[in-house]
Design a protein around this ligand. Structure first.
Ligand code: 2NL
Length: 368
């Protein structure tokens, strides 16, 4: 008790305690009125105010509060004043309690409402759809190629990517000393296997397994020891076709490749065959199609030639037929091969085939 409190009579002490409370409570008065007075306050601020209000309550209503000490004075007040003094203490205490309660109640409601609002979820919001994937542009084109050949009566064959020397070279009439066998041109495993450098390997297996006549295509991944640049990748996709039967001629080759390219690029597409060389075909020819963009007038895609070089082809070499036990006197066949990646790059006007293998979704999702 302060010196000045000692000098005060009991009634003055109660009044002083009430006054001290009112002064401190002043900043909480705004919470006891309209609920709008709390608007604009953050949850954190409200929690801090609530803590300070609790401290204020202890200070003014607790055992050591000035108001509590005035209760002890009741016995010392003259008997005739005791009843009215008791009443004063009681009403003063009741006023403090009701003020504190009103502010505490408002803060509590505000805090609860804030918490509910921040933790609630709006079940009426539309859901987040998972992003659906789609096939790779190379797969999309491979499937279109497959559809065309299946409709022409061709089977689709698949095989292994790691091959023996025999299937990758010997059976394809590529002798031991041929440059295509160089370690600079192909990838070899340490135990003498090679990553296939064309899917002809699949066709050799298929002829051995199924015999002739045969009509098939072999799409798949192949490997070449190339330094990557805008038009080369050490791994790429190829599709090879093979047709072996009695009396198959170069006319069947030209008719089949021409029909395939017309279905792929439109009925006006013109094909052109140029003499070439492959160890596994004799005679051999590379084939071009008239530019699908400028129709032969000359543009950037066909490098102003009007023609687009697409693949290689030829009549299956008699040595290849003999290797798989087919008599070249009785049977003949044609074969062709083309790069799927190159065809994708051409059709979508890509300036770098490596884009197809970077797996950047922003690039890939354009080809759905
Ligand atoms: C090209 C050239 C070609 C073949 C592939 C072949 C397959 C057998 C027998 C004979 Cl089993 N030939 N395939 C023939 C000529 C060319 O591919 O430029 N490919 C991307």
């Amino acid at each position: 008790m302060t010196d000045s409190a000692k000098d005060q009579n009991p009634t003055q002490q109660v009044e002083a305690a009430s006054k001290a409370f009112e002064q401190e409570f002043e900043r909480f008065v705004r919470f006891t009125g309209d609920a709008n007075d709390l608007a604009g306050m953050t949850l954190e601020q409200a929690v801090a105010e609530e803590r300070e209000l609790t401290e204020l309550r202890t200070r003014h209503l607790g055992k050591k509060s000035a108001l509590a000490s005035t209760k002890k004075l009741i016995g010392r007040v003259p008997a005739e004043e005791r009843a009215s003094f008791g009443q004063l203490v009681q009403t003063s205490e009741a006023a403090v309690i009701s003020s504190v309660e009103a502010a505490a109640q408002a803060l509590k409601q505000f805090i609860e409402a804030q918490r509910t609002a921040s933790e609630s979820i709006d079940v009426t919001l539309p859901g987040r759809r998972p992003r659906t994937g789609h096939r790779h542009p190379i797969t999309l084109l491979r499937e279109r190629i497959e559809d065309i050949f299946v409709s022409l009566g061709y089977a689709i064959e698949d095989g292994r990517e790691i091959e023996t020397d025999f299937y990758n070279f010997t059976a394809l009439n590529i002798p031991d000393n041929h440059p295509a066998r160089g370690t600079q041109d192909t990838f070899y495993t340490t135990d003498g296997f090679a990553l296939r450098s064309q899917t002809s390997t699949v066709q050799i297996h298929a002829m051995q397994r199924r015999g002739v006549p045969i009509r098939m295509i072999a799409p798949g991944r192949v490997f070449r020891r190339d330094t990557p640049d805008p038009t080369h990748n050490p791994m790429f996709f190829q599709v090879e076709g093979l047709c072996v039967d009695r009396g198959i001629t170069m006319a069947h080759l030209k008719g089949t490749v021409g029909e395939f390219l017309r279905r792929m690029f439109g009925p006006d597409t013109v094909t052109r065959f140029r003499p070439s060389y492959f160890p596994f075909t004799e005679p051999s020819a590379e084939f071009d199609l008239s530019c699908f963009k400028c129709k032969g007038a000359g543009c950037r895609i066909c490098k102003n030639s009007g023609w687009i070089e697409l693949g290689g082809s030829g009549m299956v070499h008699p040595n290849v037929l003999r290797t798989v036990g087919v008599d070249p006197q009785e049977y003949s066949g044609f074969a062709f091969g083309l790069g799927i990646d190159r065809m994708v790059a051409l059709m979508y006007n890509l300036d770098d085939i490596r884009l197809l293998f970077e797996n950047d979704v922003r690039f890939l999702e354009q080809f759905e």
